[in-house]
Design a binder for this molecule. Structure first.
Ligand SMILES: Cc1cc2nc3c(=O)[nH]c(=O)nc-3n(C[C@H](O)[C@H](O)[C@H](O)COP(=O)(O)OP(=O)(O)OC[C@H]3O[C@@H](n4cnc5c(N)ncnc54)[C@H](O)[C@@H]3O)c2cc1C
Length: 452
């Protein structure tokens, strides 16, 4: 390690990325001061209003393994083998995510995962975690990071270097923006979300536990992910305004009527539906664009603070964890923080832009395309091509979720080529396609994968 590189680092935000990064840094011998506005989660209940469970995939598990924490995380995970699609009037149908036994994604509770990460960070002698410390400002010119403690006293610490992992609403990003050091923009969707519980019955799951359930309805959808206690957390994604919208469900009884009409099979499992619908917060969804992510080796934005995305590919946390893997890997090089932050941004920007785009596209796929016979047919052809051309033709969903050695940007690029090939091979009915034509198209258009 270069002697020019400071060995003490601030991290703002002990959420998923911040806590993992603290651990990775400490394992390299850096001294980490981790500032978190919440109280110590080991002594308090989880914050309300955040997504309760998340889909963890290969980019995330790779980072957790790197930090030596997978053994503690594994007991928190429930495998989800595919999408269980609930159409009105028919039985639910499982669309497997992949075709190998290990091609599953994992449902994990946010609070439990964050707690395991924080516990591991706290145990490390080189990590000092300061709960109840809210970052209120950044003065780059004076080199100061401003923090308000639980007694409302504001204190300042030396700024450089600081990694801001304070989430989508990052105070650090806003402060740098106000100082003219970066430009940022939030693109809000006109669809919001609301989480609702599907309780366990006799301690057991009332739906197939090893699946991500989807009730696709074209312009909107309900999904549900399993929890370890036998419950599911359902999330309704719906336009904010309009004929079918959250605004239209504002009067008492409207939500229950809506669910009875649109999702009748799940209503018997949601006895508290009306009360929960009235009480639970309605969350907004958006994509954060910020340029640049770093200021001269002093501050770096990482995770949602730099590039929050909509949740429809289940990749926000996974991308934030991949950020941690990449930044940690760069510490092998003898660069100063300035060079390191610049290199991090150069490596990550195209990838996070790619996943931001694929995440928006996936909303259409989940709420609509999964019901379409053409979609199901092309998915079957894609899987057959993956079997026939292993390591060359890999469905885009699989590249994103199961192949961390393929970058998001490459997944997007290859996915576009593959979509063209599938379009030409799709016979319109049945799943038969011309294998000789497939081989010729793949040979001509789809480059061999580069080694990672
Ligand atoms: C509905 C929904 C569903 C999702 N589902 C998935 C999924 O299935 N899979 C997936 O990979 N991703 C999913 N995500 C995205 C995922 O939640 C985020 O990408 C992930 O939490 C980003 O981690 P982070 O550490 O960057 O930010 P966060 O997890 O938001 O952590 C930020 C931390 O900073 C702290 N903080 C904030 N401000 C300050 C301050 N001023 N001073 C000090 N501390 C501060 C916060 O208290 C928090 O602890 C979903 C998101 C939503 C909204």
């Amino acid at each position: 390690m270069s002697s020019a590189r400071a060995r003490s680092v601030n991290i703002v935000g002990a959420g998923l990325a911040g806590a993992l990064l603290a651990l990775l840094f400490a394992r390299r011998g850096l001294r980490v001061s981790l500032y978190e506005r919440r109280a110590d989660p080991r002594q308090t209940q989880p914050e309300e209003g955040r997504s309760i469970n998340l889909a963890l995939a290969a980019r995330g598990t790779r980072a957790l393994e790197r930090a030596g924490i997978m053994a503690a995380v594994r007991p928190l995970l429930i495998p989800m083998r595919g999408r269980m699609v609930h159409e009105p009037g028919g039985p639910p149908v499982l669309q497997p995510y992949g075709q190998r036994a290990d091609e599953v994604i994992w449902s994990v509770g946010r609070a439990a995962l964050n707690r395991v990460l924080i516990e591991a960070a706290v145990r490390h002698p080189d990590v000092a975690v300061h709960f109840g410390h809210t970052c209120v400002g950044v003065d780059v010119a004076a080199g100061r990071l401003q923090l308000r403690d639980a007694q409302a006293a504001v204190r300042e610490v030396a700024l450089a270097p600081t990694i801001a992992t304070d989430g989508a609403g990052s105070v650090v990003r806003a402060a740098l923006g106000r100082a003219g050091l970066l430009q940022s923009r939030e693109d809000w969707l006109d669809h919001d979300y609301k989480e609702l519980a599907i309780p366990a019955h006799g301690g057991r799951h009332v739906l197939e536990p090893e699946a991500l359930h989807i009730w696709p309805r074209g312009g909107f959808m309900l999904i549900a992910l399993p929890n370890l206690d036998g419950s599911f957390t359902a999330t309704l994604f719906l336009p904010r305004q309009g004929a079918v919208s959250f605004a239209a469900l504002a009067h008492p009884g409207a939500a229950r009527e809506f669910f009875a009409r649109e999702f009748p099979d799940v209503v018997p499992f949601m006895p508290e539906l009306s009360a929960q619908f009235a009480a639970h917060p309605q969350g907004q969804l958006g994509t954060v664009h910020a340029v640049p992510w770093q200021v001269g080796g002093k501050v770096l934005l990482l995770g949602d603070a730099a590039h929050a995305i909509v949740p429809f590919h289940g990749q926000g946390m996974n991308a934030a964890f991949e950020d941690c893997t990449v930044l940690d890997g760069l510490l092998d090089e003898p660069r100063d923080w300035n060079g390191l932050f610049a290199q991090f941004e150069a490596l990550r920007r195209a990838n996070t832009e790619a996943i931001a785009r694929m995440a928006v596209e996936n909303y259409l796929e989940m709420r609509d395309a999964v019901r379409d016979a053409g979609f199901v047919r092309r998915k079957a052809i894609a899987m057959a091509l993956e079997r026939a051309f292993p390591g060359r033709f890999i469905p885009r969903y699989s590249m994103v979720m199961f192949h961390p050695e393929i970058s998001y940007a490459d997944a997007l690029r290859r996915g576009e080529i593959q979509a063209g090939i599938l379009g030409e091979l799709d016979p319109g009915t049945g799943a038969d396609f011309d294998p000789a034509r497939a081989a010729a198209l793949i040979e001509a258009r789809l480059p061999a994968l580069r080694a990672a």
